[in-house]
Design a protein around this ligand. Structure first.
Ligand code: FPP
Length: 251
């Protein structure tokens, strides 16, 4: 079902789903409970992205730095990924969602790696929402491995060739990066692709995030002017004239 509001400028949304641990601790629960609750929001956000015409959605589920968390927490995140894949498989296929995991997943249990490979293969030609989970992901590693592969293949280093050497080049640059949980950081997420992204930081912790807030963010960012470092000539002339008039009146 298509929503009345459709995004036009925002094609690729990336989300840092932060604040799970604090959300749980504030409720006197163990941190992993926050991840469990947080994982239940993911499907709603995927579905709403599809309804609103977002073309690519990339979710930060597990960073390279997260490997140093307690084993129990790491295992919970693995198992939530597996459960998501099992629970959402039919919906992903039905909605023609192209699913991918970006990052280093060698240490994941074999059964989970098989589920990922199967779903990636089944959905690789779909033309719906491009849904990517960043798992075992680090932006710097992605850039290093991209550049290494270009050097190995003897391909000239350029912005274009580096973009093409990223884990999922088809998702393109990020238009909007949302981070929940109150911190205002990029945290090694899609470093190459966020160059001109609009940034949106919300204090809402991920388990409290919902599709209403998500849609509000998309609406407000759609209204922002994005100049990509350039200036509209007519606009700058207009504002210069206005400025001159003000100055003239003042003196
Ligand atoms: C950051 O919160 C969040 C993560 C490290 C993991 C995000 C994972 C999920 C939302 C669930 C995974 C779901 C699927 C479907 C794979 P934090 O623990 O750093 O929170 P804190 O900043 O409050 O400590």
């Amino acid at each position: 079902m298509k929503n009345d509001f459709q995004v036009k400028k925002i094609k690729h949304v990336a989300i840092i789903m932060d604040g799970n641990g604090r959300w749980a601790q504030n409720r006197a629960h163990r941190r992993v409970w926050g991840h469990v609750r947080g994982s239940s929001i993911v499907s709603d956000v995927v579905e709403r992205s599809d309804d609103l015409g977002v073309e690519a959605l990339t979710l930060y589920a597990f960073s390279t730095e997260n490997w140093s968390r307690p084993q129990a927490e790491v295992k919970t995140l693995f198992s939530l990924l597996k459960k998501f894949l099992m629970r959402e498989r039919s919906r992903i296929l039905k909605n023609k969602i192209r699913f991918k995991v970006i990052g280093d997943i060698v240490n994941l249990p074999e059964a989970t790696k098989d589920l990922i490979a199967k779903l990636e293969n089944e959905t690789k030609d779909f033309d719906g929402l491009k849904l990517s989970f960043a798992f075992g992901y680090g932006g710097r590693s992605e850039i290093v491995s991209g550049i290494k592969s270009l050097v190995e293949q003897g391909i000239e280093i350029s912005e274009e060739s580096i973009s093409k050497a990223m884990y999922a080049p088809e998702i393109g640059d990020v238009d909007l990066l949302i981070r929940t949980g109150g911190d205002q950081r990029i945290s090694n997420f899609l470093l190459w692709q966020v160059a001109y992204a609009e940034l949106f930081f919300t204090n809402t912790k991920w388990p409290d995030f919902n599709t209403e807030e998500y849609e509000d963010i998309l609406r407000s960012v759609e209204g922002r002017e994005r100049r990509f470092g350039a200036v509209d000539e007519t606009e700058s002339l207009d504002s210069a004239r206005k400025m001159a008039r003000v100055n003239h009146q003042q003196y």
